[in-house]
Write a protein that binds this ligand. Structure first.
Ligand code: ADP
Ligand code: SF4
Length: 734
């Protein structure tokens, strides 16, 4: 199909400094965990976005020097020639698809843990880090020689970037990096020409940019990513206070070819990577829209906002908010988003759902993965392409039982590969448990997980969907007539309080009773009796807080009890923790951490504190523990108890089929596999990955067991760069 002309503006070229991007799609710098130590994964991941139409593709934060060492978080690095070699592959991949490669230069001052390099970062005032207050991190206060040395580090890194093939260097002046530490009053206590007035505090940032312009600026674009508002009040950067004034100052120096603007800082970068539970598309607009009027027509502005709809993108451009559409998460969920708009296939866009699982992987010091796009991060190590599927050499018929995330994904990929698929579910609609999730408070955008797959499945003539059927038994499956069977029957919430804490049911907790409920029962309308409700959360992600909010909105007095250190503990990884806490506070939801349920009778929930036993250890004797035990209990008034404790696999159908293996041949069933939560209940991204992987590897010798993937690591006996004894280029002035 042809492109809709109203989207033509998105495909106009934009010039910045010495470079021109071929359209207005910019993949903003974003973390992956691939860094420069996993060159294949990094290059193919970024290259895929270039192939999909993103005109500029940037790295994640890229440390310029061992003094800014983020380990165990994996940044890219431009420390030495080894990094040049590894990042060159990324640039080659991006250039192969006519796009520009950008690298974000990062020096993190006081917030650098330096756990690998063991060096000491320099900073404006020798203060402790507020981002990691528990880690005893301090910067060394920089004198003017130090300042010149750091600027030289930026220049050396930019030269290495040029050697690797990058087209632009982006100075991170966001996320509380060193330029911001000089700029912000809270960090900068100096009384010399780098402290005091805004012009003085801005000097370091501007000098870095000027040095880069002078060193590489005729060949590479020199840009910055700047937060116009840190959203945390006094002494920090506020939009109408120092945010816009700084833009005016730097712009008047003519040292910045392009501004990528955002909000939030390192302490709360959930305001930058806003999740859909708390921030809707283009939520940063009020904070970033004035930058364009300062820098004028000749200097482009990039604005982010989890844009997935081309209409929203066009509105942002036409309103004068920005010249370029920046995206991190939408480009992860769909590397081919620009191409799909260009080809008039907007309905095929795999829209980001704003869950921040991608962010959570980085926050767990792991590798980026995406809920919506199971191929992200797998382009190199498993050879997966998000849009290309190897046709099956000998397609057979496949019955998929269960149309939740795992079953839908598996049926879709098998269908794209040419198999004849019957996807059957006893529920009247697609989606499995995710249909409930998408109706939780704030979770509407999560529904895109279902709608994307529904649209794709409906397009596949070789996939039949049978919904609202009678629940399939082993007899039904064996007599169905399919060559192969995939069981994707999901999981359900425990009805007896079984959870990770103590691994036993809670005495008296039985969801058959009127006073005890599971999330599924609440979503299907079971009445919540009484006024005082306790949500017992052993899951630690969004379901517990969602149930608490839902019931508080119905006027109940809600208490959230968890065994974990924090409410919705996992949300510290998705960057939703601060806003979860604000929401609970605003809605008057009380919470109790490090407690678990001992027993329940209608009207009273009895709890125990996890650390009620003695700290000291005593002689072990038969029949006696090593600790002095306590039987202290805490009583909560509780009319209704909601169990968000653990999920239990719906494993019976698979087990029945396996027990009847001897009958498979008679029914001409060649194989039975299981995927998703019926195998082991996990987050949706894993259920989707399971379904996807099985369908990709359907002809392997043992599809239930994953094929090996490429592991990127140093192989013993091969030389390293640098080697012990090599010299590091001097950065200190002589
Ligand atoms: P997952 O996350 O693994 O995809 P879900 O729990 O979301 O799992 O979805 C499982 C789906 O399987 C549900 O829609 C449920 O209705 C369906 N299902 C479970 N058992 C059967 C069965 N025996 N026959 C047909 N459908 C089933
Ligand atoms: Fe979007 Fe979630 Fe994928 Fe991240 S993991 S890109 S937030 S869908």
């Amino acid at each position: 199909m042809a492109r809709n002309p109203k989207y033509d503006i998105l495909f106009e070229p934009v010039t910045f400094g010495p470079k021109t991007m071929r359209n207005r799609f910019w993949q903003t710098s974003h973390c992956t965990g691939y860094g420069s130590d996993r060159p294949g994964t990094q290059a193919r991941f970024r290259g895929m976005k270039a192939e999909g139409g993103w005109a500029v593709v940037c790295t994640e934060f890229c440390s310029i020097h061992p003094e800014s060492d983020e380990y165990p978080w994996h940044s890219a690095r431009l420390w030495d020639d080894g990094d040049v070699v590894n990042l060159r592959y990324l640039c080659d991949e991006v250039h192969r698809h006519r796009s520009l490669a950008g690298v974000q230069l990062w020096y993190n001052g006081m917030h650098s843990p330096c756990l690998e390099s063991r060096e000491v970062a320099r900073g404006p005032s020798g203060l402790p880090s507020n981002v990691f207050p528990e880690r005893c991190l301090y910067d060394a206060a920089a004198d003017e020689d130090d300042i010149r040395a750091i600027i030289h580090m930026y220049v050396l890194a930019a030269k290495r970037a040029e050697q690797a093939g990058f087209d632009l260097v982006e100075v991170s002046g966001a996320d509380s990096t060193l330029p911001m530490q000089f700029l912000e009053r809270r960090y900068n206590r100096r009384s010399d020409r780098y402290g005091g007035s805004l012009a003085n505090r801005a000097r370091f940032y501007i000098e870095v940019m000027a040095a880069l312009k002078q060193a590489v600026g005729d060949r590479l674009a020199v840009t910055t990513r700047f937060e116009t508002d840190t959203i945390n009040g006094e002494c920090r950067i506020q939009h109408f206070d120092e945010g816009l004034h700084f833009v005016e100052l730097m712009h008047s120096e003519g040292v910045c070819d392009l501004w990528a603007v955002k909000i939030g800082d390192y302490e709360e970068w959930g305001e930058d990577a806003g999740s859909s539970r708390f921030r809707k598309t283009n939520w940063m607009r009020p904070f970033v829209s004035h930058v364009k009027s300062i820098v004028g027509a000749s200097v482009p502005v990039v604005s982010n906002g989890r844009f997935t709809s081309p209409d929203d993108m066009v509105t942002a451009l036409r309103s004068g908010q920005c010249d370029v559409i920046g995206a991190a998460r939408p480009s992860i969920a769909d590397p081919f988003l620009p191409t799909k708009i260009a080809e008039g296939r907007v309905e095929d866009i795999r829209e980001c759902i704003g869950c921040n699982i991608c962010v959570s992987r980085m926050q767990q010091q792991a590798l980026l993965s995406c809920t919506q796009n199971p191929t992200s991060g797998e382009e190199y190590r498993r050879g997966w392409h998000p849009e290309h599927f190897e046709p099956a050499a000998d397609p057979c018929s496949v019955l998929v039982v269960g149309a939740g995330p795992a079953g839908m994904e598996c049926a879709m990929v098998l269908g794209k590969r040419g198999y004849t698929v019957h996807l059957r579910d006893c529920a009247p609609e697609l989606g499995g448990h995710w249909r409930d999730v998408a109706r939780y408070p704030r979770c509407a955008e999560y529904g895109r997980l279902i709608s994307y797959r529904q649209i794709q499945l409906e397009k596949l003539r070789n996939v039949e969907m049978h919904l609202g059927v009678t629940a399939m038994t082993a007899d039904d499956v064996l007599q169905y007539g399919a060559d192969k069977v995939v069981i994707a029957t999901g999981a359900h919430w425990a009805t007896d309080g079984l959870g990770a804490e103590v691994h036993r049911p809670v005495a008296g907790a039985d969801a058959e009773c009127a006073e005890v409920l599971t999330p599924e029962q609440i979503m299907s309308g079971k009445r919540v009796v009484g006024e005082k409700v306790v949500v017992l959360d052993g899951d630690g992600y969004f379901t517990g807080v969602a149930m608490a909010e839902l019931l508080a909105d119905q006027g109940k007095a809600v208490t959230l009890v968890t065994n974990m250190n924090m409410v919705a503990e996992f949300s510290k990884y998705t960057m939703e923790m601060p806003n979860n806490k604000r929401m609970l506070h605003e809605k008057g939801i009380r919470f109790l951490t490090n407690h678990w349920a001992h027993s329940f009778v209608p009207g009273r929930l009895r709890l125990f504190y996890l650390y009620r036993d003695s700290a000291g250890l005593y002689e072990v004797e038969p029949g006696r523990w090593g600790r002095r035990t306590s039987d202290e209990l805490v009583d909560l008034e509780c009319d209704a108890l909601v169990l968000v404790t653990a999920r239990v696999p719906n494993g019976a159908l698979y087990a029945d089929l396996k027990a009847r293996r001897a009958e498979w041949q008679r029914h001409e069933v060649q194989a039975v596999y299981r995927i998703g939560d019926c195998h082991a209940p996990r987050q949706a991204l894993n259920a989707i990955f399971d379904g996807h992987r099985l369908a990709r590897e359907f002809e392997s010798a043992h599809p239930q067991h994953p094929l090996p993937f490429i592991r990127e690591r140093q192989l013993w006996g091969h030389s390293t760069i640098p080697q012990r004894g090599d010299l590091r280029p001097a950065v200190e002035p002589v």
